[in-house]
Design a protein. Structure first.
Length: 517
């Protein structure tokens, strides 16, 4: 039957069209999020490992987002799960430093916009689609990563399971210059290209915390490979094996489960260099597959503290006091490795040397009270800021550089070499102490200008006595008063590259211990 519209049906059709347009317009009147990568809505191109920044705007104040980075395998600028590869996914919250699973909001202010900038992350070369989701709103931005223009070294190997190579396994290399990631090819082979300098200490591993979710329930042997770069390195191979299980529940002080909290299981003091990661579900439960060994269990990490104090198994807040978990070949599952997390206020700042972000640890001590650290955090070279969460109180904040081999120079807040440094005061959980920065760039000269004992701070210019281990490029200069002397009644170690200078006419007496590399 042929349908013919009359004047009345035409009017009715017009009304429905107007209603549809009005409804569409109303639906678009709500806030719609926007996304840019390196300042561009689409088409940004930059070298892998260079600064990677994004801005998510138009959010409801304090809103959370779910982010996905897809490798656009067919280059059509459209996410196709059947052909494209979901490289990594992570959450962020407007105003939350450290993020919920990855980088946080750099301005740490709930203002409807998340801005993040990171450097030193060398993701695989290729075309990408960044997708962010907040409620029913979605935004995407296409961008491309190009190869390193001036590489220094390559590291290569293979990932296998039951003797066969595994495709699309993420392998990472971490060093002082940053982190580099690649995917294995059809045969399980990989090649990582780096900008690390000769002599850099690096580690290569198959990360499981945010990548490689399809391999959940397995472990890799070795867990990681650590070495010093001096030439191209090959045959850094990994094998997939079935593992043991550590499981537990994470709650807050009210007993409520904490969702999506990071849990890290690792060998203490570098013993075996095994490191495994997991996350809690909506009920606060987690389950992590590990190899046999002795482990520290840490709840919360520095990229995603969520406002809680970093906590270790048995309610400890410093790794120095943490209790260990023992997994033997006769163990299948270790249960009830639980934690109750406390909220904390924020101490944050930059951690730099020669204008670059560097790796290192941050310890909080009770101000002017000698003893072990109470709370701690870690700063990675890929982050612009560190975040240390503490309860209200007065603190001495110590920074120590991670040189990759244990030990390194340290300073207290306000560029002070010795405890306690300048005080950092936290009055309430809502406080944020910003600009608690450290800079290891300028070489320090410790000048002995008095007479008598080394250990007396008043014998040192500006009361700055050198640390027990002097690291390069710092110098100790003996310049005591006329007719006086400097008596080293302490133990002092001078590292290779640091200097102890005793000018002609000056006297250094050593009843204590002095070692010079």
């Amino acid at each position: 039957m042929k349908y013919t519209a009359t004047k009345n049906t035409a009017k009715l059709t017009h009304v429905f069209l107007l209603l549809a347009i009005t409804m569409f317009s109303c639906s678009k009147s709500f806030a719609t999020i926007g996304l840019t990568v390196n300042g561009q809505a689409n088409g940004a191109t930059f070298e892998t490992g260079n600064t990677f920044s994004w801005s998510i705007s138009g959010l409801t104040t304090g809103a959370g987002v779910s982010n996905q980075l897809w490798i656009d395998m067919n280059g059509n600028d459209i996410i196709d799960p059947a052909t494209d590869f979901l490289f990594v996914s992570f959450n962020q919250t407007d105003g939350v430093p450290g993020g919920n699973q990855g980088p946080g909001d750099d301005d740490a202010t709930a203002n409807g916009t998340i801005t993040t900038s990171i450097g030193g992350l060398g993701f695989p070369v290729g075309n990408y689609i960044f997708r962010t989701i907040s409620g029913t709103d979605t935004a995407t931005s296409t961008y491309s990563l190009t190869a390193i223009s001036s590489p220094t070294f390559t590291v290569s190997g293979k990932v296998t399971k039951d003797g066969s190579g595994l495709i699309n396994v993420v392998v990472s290399l971490q060093g002082p210059d940053g982190e580099y990631y690649v995917l294995t090819d059809n045969n399980g082979n990989y090649i990582i290209t780096t900008k690390e300098a000769s002599g850099s200490n690096v580690r290569v591993r198959v990360p499981m915390e945010s990548f490689n979710s399809s391999l959940s329930g397995y472990v890799f042997t070795p867990n990681e490979a650590s070495f010093t770069l001096s030439s191209n390195v090959s045959n850094i191979d990994f094998t997939v094996l079935a593992g043991k299980i550590i499981m537990g529940t994470v709650t807050d002080t009210t007993g409520a489960p904490i969702f999506d909290m990071a849990v890290n299981v690792y060998t203490p003091n570098g013993g075996g260099n095994k490191n495994y990661d997991g996350r809690t579900d909506v009920n606060g439960n987690y389950s992590i597959t590990v190899d046999t060994g002795t482990y520290t269990v840490q709840f919360g990490n520095d990229r995603e503290p969520k406002g809680y104090l970093r906590t270790y198994y048995n309610q400890k807040y410093s790794s120095q006091n943490a209790d260990y978990i023992h997994v033997t070949e006769f163990t299948d599952t270790i249960k009830n490795i639980n934690a109750v997390l406390r909220k904390g206020a924020v101490i944050m700042g930059t951690f730099k040397k020669d204008g670059k972000n560097i790796r290192g640890g941050i310890n909080a001590y009770a101000y002017n009270v000698p003893g072990p650290p109470l709370y701690e955090a870690y700063h990675d070279s890929t982050e612009n800021f560190y975040y240390l969460f503490v309860p209200p109180g007065q603190y001495s904040i110590q920074f120590h550089v991670d040189n990759g081999g244990g030990g390194g120079p340290s300073l207290f807040f306000n560029q002070t070499p010795n405890f306690p440094g300048s005080m950092v005061n936290i009055n309430a959980l809502s406080d944020t102490a910003k600009n608690i920065n450290v800079d290891f760039t300028s070489p320090l000269t410790y000048m002995f200008i008095g007479n008598g004992n080394w250990g007396n701070p008043f014998n040192w210019k500006d009361n700055l006595r050198p640390p027990f281990t002097l690291y390069p490029p710092d110098t100790i200069l003996i310049s005591h008063v006329l007719g006086g002397q400097c008596i080293l009644n302490y133990t002092q170690h001078i590292s290779n590259g640091a200097s102890l200078v005793v000018p002609t006419g000056k006297t250094l007496v050593v009843p204590g211990s002095l070692t010079i590399q």
